[in-house]
Design a protein around this ligand. Structure first.
Ligand SMILES: O=C(O)c1ccc[n+]([C@@H]2O[C@H](COP(=O)([O-])O)[C@@H](O)[C@H]2O)c1
Ligand SMILES: Cc1cc2nc[nH]c2cc1C
Length: 338
């Protein structure tokens, strides 16, 4: 378990992500070549089986234990009129998750996954990023460590999601600091803000970027100054998963932005993560392009709460069912190519 007790140790862990197991990935590719199908005909399912093998370090990957983690946080920038919903909805949705009434409850059950929801100091919103750093260093590290500690170290796969009114504004500011551009490039409609709300959101992102020039220079400072507790927890869980050899499915725009600092801190720092779906949130495609990632699904969803990550789990199960269950040409007596 990496040490996230100081910014220096967190940075050290992020700068040295363990490599994948290329032998396990090669074993998958070798078996794929023997299976009763034209080479490559299962498309990305083949690559996904190899990806699971590489990051689980298992020639025959498995999905017996899938964890869905949803982190919740509140944001001072919500007071800027950037979301149509009041901040109180964050805690109300956490209660809804506990009662089993949210979309993620249904989708996690369908995925055969264990859902855990972790509220992070909801009564204490982060500071308004247009005026101050979202979190002090200790608060940031605490959220990162909570994210890491919430991970089931025996999981075969981790799906990550978030809940936090106004967090698409935080995600947009973070993405702009990491990859360049301004509010107009990264802010979208979120939960459905109107045109004036969108203008306020773009202005809030621009004001936050002007307030925090350091964020453009250091991905961890960007996460601390512009993000939020649930975003920091996603970063911590994603990095901890890498060190525990657990592949990760990220969810939408906010969740992808939360983990993105890891890709900038180390080349391949997010190679153990895939994006479950591309959100309808305007900036997500731009973010995926910047990360050179292709989402698994494109269903026009924009919910967050790990819904798009959980929905992609059955695709991974399909990839493994074919990989493990198909006969080889020799076993089935099917003639291979001449
Ligand atoms: O991540 C996404 O793609 C996404 C897009 C739109 C909305 N959300 C969810 O909606 C909330 C943030 O939206 P907003 O409008 O309050 O910034 C937060 O709880 C997210 O889980 C998430
Ligand atoms: C109702 C509601 C549910 C959500 N789930 C994730 N983000 C959300 C935002 C709102 C507003």
């Amino acid at each position: 378990m990496p040490d996230f007790s100081s910014l220096a140790t967190l940075r050290a862990a992020a700068l040295a992500p363990p490599p994948g197991d290329e032998a396990a990935a090669a074993a998958v590719a070798a078996r794929q070549a023997q299976l009763t199908k034209p080479p490559g005909s299962l498309g990305r399912l083949e690559e996904l089986a190899a990806w699971l093998a590489r990051w689980q370090s298992r020639a025959m990957p498995r999905l017996e234990r899938v964890q869905v983690l949803v982190f919740a946080g509140n944001h001072g920038v919500a007071a800027r009129g950037v979301s149509p919903y009041p901040a109180a909805v964050t805690a109300q949705m956490v209660a809804n998750f506990a009662a089993g009434g949210a979309a993620i409850n249904q989708l996690a059950a369908l995925a055969g996954a264990a859902l855990r929801v972790v509220p992070l100091a909801l009564e204490r919103p982060t500071a308004d990023i247009t005026a101050a750093a979202a979190m002090a260093e200790a608060e940031f590290l605490d959220a990162v460590a909570t994210g890491a500690a919430s991970l089931d170290p025996a999981a075969d796969l981790l799906c990550l999601g978030e809940m936090g009114i106004a967090n698409t504004t935080a995600g947009a500011a973070l993405a702009a600091a990491l990859f360049g551009g301004r509010g107009a490039d990264w802010a979208g409609r979120g939960t459905g803000v109107d045109a004036e709300g969108l203008s306020r959101k773009q202005a809030a992102v621009d004001a936050a970027l002007a307030q925090h020039p350091e964020a453009r220079r250091d991905p961890l400072e960007a996460a601390r100054r512009l993000g939020g507790r649930e975003l920091a927890a996603i970063l911590g869980a994603t990095l901890a998963a890498r060190h525990h050899r657990i592949p990760v499915l990220l969810d939408g725009f906010t969740g992808t932005a939360a983990a993105a600092p890891l890709a900038l801190l180390a080349p391949g720092g997010l190679d153990h993560a895939r994006i479950g779906h591309v959100s309808a949130e305007a900036g997500h495609r731009r973010l995926l392009a910047a990360l050179e990632q292709q989402a698994l699904l494109d269903l026009g969803m924009r919910l967050g709460e790990a819904s798009g990550a959980a929905l992609a789990v059955p695709l991974l199960r399909a990839a493994l069912a074919c990989h493990a269950g198909m006969a080889t040409f020799a076993e089935a007596g099917v003639a291979d190519r001449a």
